[in-house]
Design a binder for this molecule. Structure first.
Ligand code: FEO
Length: 175
């Protein structure tokens, strides 16, 4: 059984992952508006990844018999007006999520919650990947240049991304 502290923090993290999904969905809509269908595709795939992250935590609560407590999801503000600014925001956002996963790991260790620690190891690895993806895109933008030609090529590249998570969460939500 999870301690109340850990259960509350996992519920908070579900909200953070859902907010991440919502943020990437808003960014995807923005990239579509700007005419970059490939970049919009990458951001939409990221939306699915974030929903999977949320539902994996949800499944953990279900498996362990703790209560799921869904909270309101804030409006995602996307003031960025360039593709470079969008991906700088992606990196900053992911660094924040990493800090939050690490804090949850610290709490699970303090609470001697071994099951949650095991689950969180998957998220620790996932955050390394998430930050690496954002850094790679920013590096590509630097190499290609963020002029029209560079963005055209990045758009083609990011248009190839496919979701690597299930899009039906029924099984993962069952714990
Ligand atoms: Fe679920 Fe992008 O962290």
């Amino acid at each position: 059984m999870l301690s109340k502290k850990v259960a509350d923090s996992v519920n908070e993290q579900i909200n953070k992952e859902m907010f991440s999904a919502y943020l990437y969905l808003a960014m995807s809509a923005k990239a579509t508006d700007m005419g970059y269908a490939g970049i919009a595709n990458w951001l939409m795939v990221q939306y699915h990844e974030e929903m999977f992250h949320a539902m994996k935590f949800y499944g953990h609560l279900v498996a362990i018999g703790a209560q799921v407590d869904l909270k309101p999801i804030a409006k995602p503000l996307t003031a960025e007006t360039t593709i470079k600014a969008i991906f700088e925001r992606v990196l900053e956002h992911e660094k924040g999520v990493t800090a939050s996963i690490h804090a949850l790991m610290d709490l699970s260790i303090a609470e001697k919650d071994y099951a949650t620690q095991n689950l969180l190891r998957w998220y620790v690895d996932e955050q390394v990947e998430e930050e690496k993806n954002a850094v790679e895109i920013l590096t590509n933008l630097k190499l290609l240049g963020d002029g029209l030609q560079g963005l055209f090529m990045l758009n083609i590249e990011l248009g190839k991304r496919k979701a690597s998570v299930p899009l039906d969460f029924t099984a993962v939500a069952a714990g």
